[in-house]
Design a protein around this ligand. Structure first.
Ligand SMILES: [Mn+2]
Length: 159
Protein backbone atom coordinates (compact mmCIF):
# COMPACT_ATOMS: atom_id res chain seq x y z
CA UNK A 1 0.00 0.00 0.00
CA UNK A 2 1.72 3.14 -1.10
CA UNK A 3 0.71 6.59 -2.22
CA UNK A 4 3.92 7.05 -4.21
CA UNK A 5 2.14 6.77 -7.54
CA UNK A 6 -0.70 9.02 -6.35
CA UNK A 7 1.84 11.73 -5.48
CA UNK A 8 3.88 11.24 -8.61
CA UNK A 9 0.89 11.81 -10.89
CA UNK A 10 -0.23 15.08 -9.32
CA UNK A 11 1.07 18.60 -8.79
CA UNK A 12 -0.56 19.69 -5.56
CA UNK A 13 -0.03 23.37 -6.26
CA UNK A 14 -2.13 22.99 -9.41
CA UNK A 15 -4.87 20.51 -8.54
CA UNK A 16 -7.52 20.92 -5.84
CA UNK A 17 -7.21 17.20 -5.00
CA UNK A 18 -6.05 16.35 -1.47
CA UNK A 19 -2.39 16.15 -0.66
CA UNK A 20 -1.75 12.95 1.31
CA UNK A 21 -1.26 13.54 5.01
CA UNK A 22 -0.09 11.27 7.79
CA UNK A 23 -1.92 7.94 7.89
CA UNK A 24 -5.06 8.00 9.96
CA UNK A 25 -8.08 5.91 10.60
CA UNK A 26 -11.01 5.79 8.25
CA UNK A 27 -13.57 8.53 8.20
CA UNK A 28 -16.46 6.37 7.05
CA UNK A 29 -19.82 6.93 8.65
CA UNK A 30 -20.68 4.75 11.62
CA UNK A 31 -17.01 3.97 12.00
CA UNK A 32 -17.04 1.50 9.12
CA UNK A 33 -14.63 1.18 6.25
CA UNK A 34 -15.04 3.85 3.60
CA UNK A 35 -16.85 3.05 0.36
CA UNK A 36 -17.20 5.79 -2.22
CA UNK A 37 -17.83 6.11 -5.94
CA UNK A 38 -16.96 9.36 -7.67
CA UNK A 39 -18.36 10.27 -11.07
CA UNK A 40 -15.44 11.68 -12.99
CA UNK A 41 -16.10 13.62 -16.15
CA UNK A 42 -12.56 13.38 -17.48
CA UNK A 43 -11.76 13.03 -21.18
CA UNK A 44 -13.77 9.83 -20.89
CA UNK A 45 -16.58 9.75 -18.35
CA UNK A 46 -16.04 7.05 -15.73
CA UNK A 47 -16.92 6.15 -12.18
CA UNK A 48 -14.12 5.70 -9.62
CA UNK A 49 -14.86 2.98 -7.10
CA UNK A 50 -12.82 3.29 -3.91
CA UNK A 51 -12.62 0.96 -0.91
CA UNK A 52 -10.67 1.66 2.26
CA UNK A 53 -8.00 -0.97 2.86
CA UNK A 54 -4.96 -0.68 5.14
CA UNK A 55 -5.08 3.09 5.37
CA UNK A 56 -5.53 3.92 1.69
CA UNK A 57 -8.36 3.84 -0.83
CA UNK A 58 -7.93 0.95 -3.25
CA UNK A 59 -9.31 2.30 -6.50
CA UNK A 60 -10.85 1.06 -9.73
CA UNK A 61 -12.06 3.11 -12.71
CA UNK A 62 -15.36 1.82 -14.06
CA UNK A 63 -16.10 3.07 -17.61
CA UNK A 64 -19.86 2.48 -17.36
CA UNK A 65 -22.33 3.30 -14.61
CA UNK A 66 -21.86 0.86 -11.69
CA UNK A 67 -24.49 -1.90 -11.47
CA UNK A 68 -27.40 -1.55 -9.07
CA UNK A 69 -28.89 -4.88 -10.23
CA UNK A 70 -27.67 -8.44 -10.27
CA UNK A 71 -26.50 -9.90 -13.55
CA UNK A 72 -24.74 -6.78 -14.82
CA UNK A 73 -20.97 -7.01 -15.04
CA UNK A 74 -18.80 -3.96 -15.43
CA UNK A 75 -15.19 -3.68 -16.41
CA UNK A 76 -13.21 -2.09 -13.55
CA UNK A 77 -9.62 -1.07 -14.22
CA UNK A 78 -7.46 -0.91 -11.11
CA UNK A 79 -5.66 2.39 -10.66
CA UNK A 80 -3.26 3.80 -8.09
CA UNK A 81 -4.14 3.83 -4.38
CA UNK A 82 -5.66 7.14 -3.27
CA UNK A 83 -5.30 8.96 0.00
CA UNK A 84 -8.22 8.47 2.45
CA UNK A 85 -9.06 12.18 2.24
CA UNK A 86 -9.96 11.65 -1.39
CA UNK A 87 -13.26 10.10 -0.26
CA UNK A 88 -14.54 13.63 0.43
CA UNK A 89 -13.16 15.21 -2.71
CA UNK A 90 -15.42 16.96 -5.18
CA UNK A 91 -14.22 19.63 -7.56
CA UNK A 92 -12.77 20.34 -10.94
CA UNK A 93 -9.24 19.29 -11.78
CA UNK A 94 -7.93 21.93 -14.20
CA UNK A 95 -6.47 21.28 -17.64
CA UNK A 96 -3.85 20.06 -18.38
CA UNK A 97 -3.43 18.23 -15.06
CA UNK A 98 -3.79 14.48 -14.64
CA UNK A 99 -7.48 13.51 -14.66
CA UNK A 100 -8.62 17.01 -15.67
CA UNK A 101 -12.38 17.37 -15.34
CA UNK A 102 -15.20 17.43 -12.85
CA UNK A 103 -15.34 14.99 -9.92
CA UNK A 104 -18.59 14.48 -7.99
CA UNK A 105 -19.47 12.00 -5.28
CA UNK A 106 -21.95 9.61 -6.92
CA UNK A 107 -22.46 7.27 -3.97
CA UNK A 108 -20.87 6.77 -0.59
CA UNK A 109 -21.18 4.90 2.66
CA UNK A 110 -19.35 2.00 4.23
CA UNK A 111 -18.58 -1.59 3.32
CA UNK A 112 -17.88 -4.87 5.05
CA UNK A 113 -15.22 -7.12 3.52
CA UNK A 114 -16.48 -10.71 3.11
CA UNK A 115 -13.52 -12.11 1.18
CA UNK A 116 -10.24 -10.36 0.39
CA UNK A 117 -7.64 -11.94 -1.86
CA UNK A 118 -5.05 -10.58 -4.29
CA UNK A 119 -7.35 -11.12 -7.26
CA UNK A 120 -10.74 -11.11 -5.57
CA UNK A 121 -12.83 -8.96 -3.26
CA UNK A 122 -16.29 -9.84 -2.03
CA UNK A 123 -17.95 -7.20 0.09
CA UNK A 124 -21.24 -5.87 1.35
CA UNK A 125 -21.86 -2.27 0.31
CA UNK A 126 -23.90 0.04 2.50
CA UNK A 127 -24.43 3.00 0.19
CA UNK A 128 -27.41 4.99 -1.04
CA UNK A 129 -27.33 3.77 -4.64
CA UNK A 130 -25.43 0.51 -4.20
CA UNK A 131 -26.53 -1.86 -1.45
CA UNK A 132 -25.79 -5.53 -0.90
CA UNK A 133 -23.08 -8.00 -1.81
CA UNK A 134 -20.68 -7.09 -4.60
CA UNK A 135 -17.71 -8.78 -6.14
CA UNK A 136 -14.53 -7.65 -7.85
CA UNK A 137 -12.62 -10.35 -9.70
CA UNK A 138 -9.36 -9.82 -11.54
CA UNK A 139 -9.40 -11.16 -15.06
CA UNK A 140 -6.78 -13.80 -15.69
CA UNK A 141 -4.07 -12.62 -17.99
CA UNK A 142 -0.63 -13.71 -19.11
CA UNK A 143 0.58 -10.18 -18.47
CA UNK A 144 0.87 -9.54 -14.70
CA UNK A 145 0.62 -5.81 -15.41
CA UNK A 146 -2.95 -6.17 -16.68
CA UNK A 147 -5.32 -4.25 -14.48
CA UNK A 148 -8.71 -5.45 -15.68
CA UNK A 149 -11.25 -6.62 -13.14
CA UNK A 150 -14.98 -7.33 -13.31
CA UNK A 151 -17.35 -5.60 -10.90
CA UNK A 152 -20.76 -7.13 -10.30
CA UNK A 153 -23.58 -7.41 -7.83
CA UNK A 154 -24.05 -10.85 -6.32
CA UNK A 155 -27.33 -12.65 -5.81
CA UNK A 156 -28.90 -11.94 -2.49
CA UNK A 157 -27.94 -14.64 -0.06
CA UNK A 158 -30.64 -16.80 1.47
CA UNK A 159 -31.51 -15.82 5.01
MN1 LIG B 1 -10.93 9.06 -12.29
Amino acid sequence: MSLKEYKKKRKFDRTPEPRPSAPKKGTGTEGGLIYVIQRHQARHLHWDLRLEESGVLKSWAVPKEPPTKEGVRRLAVSVEDHTLEYANFEGTIPEPEYGAGKVEIWDRGTYDPLETAAAKRVFEIHGKKLKGAYCLIKLKSRDPKDKNWLFSKLKRKAG
